[in-house]
Design a protein around this ligand. Sequence first.
Ligand code: SF4
Ligand code: SF4
Length: 367
Amino acid sequence: MPRVVVKTSSYDYKQLKPNIHSLLEEFVGSAVSPGKVIVIKPNFLAPATPESAILTNPFVVRAVVEYVLEKGAKPVIADSQAVGSFSRILKTGGFATALEGLDVEFREFRRSVLVDIGEPFGKIEMAADALEADVLINLPKLKTHCQMLLTLGVKNLFGCIVGLRKPEWHLRAGVDRDMFARLLVQIYAVVKPSVTILDGILAMQGQGPGRSGKPRELNVLMASDNALALDMAVCRMFGLGPDELPTNRMASKMGLVPEYHIEGQLPQIDDFRLPLMIPLVFGPRRFHKFLRKYVTQRPVVKAALCRSCGECSKYCPAKAITPEKNCVVFDYDKCIRCYCCIEVCPHGALETKDTLAGKAFRKMFKS
Ligand code: SF4
Ligand code: SF4
């Protein structure tokens, strides 16, 4: 039966390092050995400081790297960021400084291999480094996510889809929450990290996963060899039902939900602010285009915050955003309401807004 181990911790390195090392020893102690390649997969969404709680804390990553080095194995820190350059993430996120002097390789996931993750998705291109690692250590950040409620152990592995393939998958699956959840669960089932250690010391609540979310100290580290079990334990910590997280719900439908037990004291946090979930398309398929255009919330720009950096338009899978001199303009006929732009805007300048028809619909159907 999978175990979820819970520890109280701060980022004070004297406390953090032994906590991380004991979690690693429990779950991968015998697998991390001389000559092995250990791929460490943090959350590298976009360039962001540690205080913003968007990325896995650099000292959590350092503690893992030191453990791997002490065991004589080769640590590789790898991810495929959603926005910005990999080198900027290392600098802004404090990774370059925190890991200075350690014999570690930073590697952006670039090389992909075709892997059959099962119906209905079939073969998809995934990061070869993640799949070929002797041991994969998954290091998610505990954050809210306005499409998927929370981004935890399972969702963190979406980064194993390489670079620009991610928005393509958002385009294909991201407008249907259950389909997207299924994609995430199937990716997890194939990638299967050896251990997942969740950084919930400084978590994010509110409208995550980007800058619209708010940091919140929870002082929790959790680890498990089963990321689904870990995600379920987090939901229990917040008083959420087992089916409220879309990936848990989908895993349950697929018969993948594990029995698990918790070791350590799981805190009860009843006032964690969850995001207002962005409604996705609903109703009969033939009405989807109409509903998407007139009923679902639209991405809109807060002009005062927009710095015209162009990240949103680069990432938009539908090419629905045109950068203008001081702002951006949306083509709502093209926009598929995947909300990737909101996720990647580095300045928190985008939000969703109800249409009049959408407000009326939601009132009618209380959605
Ligand atoms: S909305 Fe955000 S990502 Fe898009 S150009 Fe403005 S600041 Fe950049
Ligand atoms: S404008 Fe935003 S929500 Fe619309 S398709 Fe582009 S990225 Fe998705």
